[in-house]
Design a protein around this ligand. Structure first.
Ligand SMILES: Nc1ncnc2c1ncn2[C@@H]1O[C@H](COP(=O)(O)OP(=O)(O)OP(=O)(O)O)[C@@H](O)[C@H]1O
Ligand SMILES: [Mg+2]
Length: 298
């Protein structure tokens, strides 16, 4: 099971849109996929068509990441009604915002890691949609992730936010989760005819080089229609949707490629990697926390 966070420190740039596009790509290729909705706005839950009153949600999971709570907070997306496959969502909740404190305790940010260890063998890919900040929830997501995909619009403010996000990822990698790596930076809402956008993309290219995805997700009304209908982009009719779906396929290819190369490297350096990884999923977290002060703020 691999875990991917989709993040940006700036709001409204398309994190949820990209998380759902990648979930659609993963589902279309038959990966057993779980989307974790860690944003109090719950947009990913809505986009996956999981509408209703839920007995348990991600907020309960962060309170108590026990086996039964985790499994009750996960529901099947209606996306799976149209074609066979496994696409589930750990449903979001407004009350998850109580965990979004600026200085979370170490004990708190490991809760999702513990929760995901309960479903380790049930999914191939977990995609976490995060809120637009660097508070407790985003850190909770990054602590249990293998990769962070940063989403940006081609605008000056997003460029600055992406730089800050990259340093923050590095900090979490160094202090808490050596598995963590950047998946790269993906431009969304790109307007091919907009000179400012072209300028900003060139700027991003010179700042981030190979970390910038070659794919740019264009601004398309289709994207909003798909979300409004709570359908996967891969099942939406028309050439525009098909082109968007292909782009998400190729972004997912690159991310999966980075997992594959790591797996090879892991096998080669198994001993070193095991030593470097502070926490492997499924290991007893109490032991890990005993090595640190669980109340320490990060
Ligand atoms: N490529 C696109 N083309 C057209 N509309 C888009 C595109 N990407 C995102 N949008 C629209 O922009 C709005 C914001 O996108 P989205 O909710 O994905 O951003 P977000 O980063 O998750 O926001 P937040 O920070 O509030 O969680 C939504 O209405 C979405 O449909
Ligand atoms: Mg969002």
């Amino acid at each position: 099971m691999h875990v991917l966070s989709v993040s940006s420190l700036k709001g409204g740039v398309g994190k949820t849109t990209v998380a759902l596009g990648l979930a659609s790509a993963a589902f279309a290729r038959g990966l057993r996929t779980l989307v974790v909705d860690l944003d109090p706005q719950c947009d990913a839950t809505t986009g996956l068509g999981a509408i209703g009153v839920f007995r348990e949600t991600v907020a309960d999971v962060l309170q108590s990441p026990k086996h039964n709570v985790v499994h009750r907070a996960i529901v099947a997306s209606p996306w799976a009604q149209a074609r066979s496959g496994n696409i589930d969502v750990m449903v979001g909740s407004r009350s998850v915002s109580v965990f979004d404190t600026p200085q979370p305790a170490l004990r708190e940010v490991w809760k999702l890691e513990e929760a995901l260890s309960r479903v380790e063998n049930e999914y191939d890919l977990v995609i976490i949609d995060t809120p637009p900040s660097l508070n407790g929830l985003t850190r909770t997501a990054w602590v249990c992730s293998d990769r962070v995909l940063l989403v940006t619009e081609p605008s000056i403010y997003s460029v600055v936010a992406s730089q800050r996000a990259m340093s923050a990822i590095e900090e979490i990698r160094r202090r808490l989760n050596t598995r963590l790596d950047q998946a790269g930076l993906l431009v969304n809402r790109f307007q091919e005819q907009n000179r400012e956008h072209l300028y900003r993309v060139a700027e991003l290219q010179s700042l981030f080089g190979g970390k910038l995805f070659n794919e740019r997700i264009p601004e398309r009304a289709t994207m909003q229609q798909v979300q409004g209908a709570a359908r996967p982009i891969h099942s939406w009719p028309g050439d525009t949707a098909a082109a968007l779906a292909l782009q998400f396929d190729s972004v997912l290819n690159r991310i999966e490629g980075s997992f594959a190369s790591e797996t090879r490297r892991d096998r080669k350096n198994e001993k070193n990697e095991a030593r470097n990884h502070r926490v492997m999923r499924g290991q007893n977290l109490d032991q890990v926390l005993a090595l640190e002060s669980a109340d320490e703020k990060i």
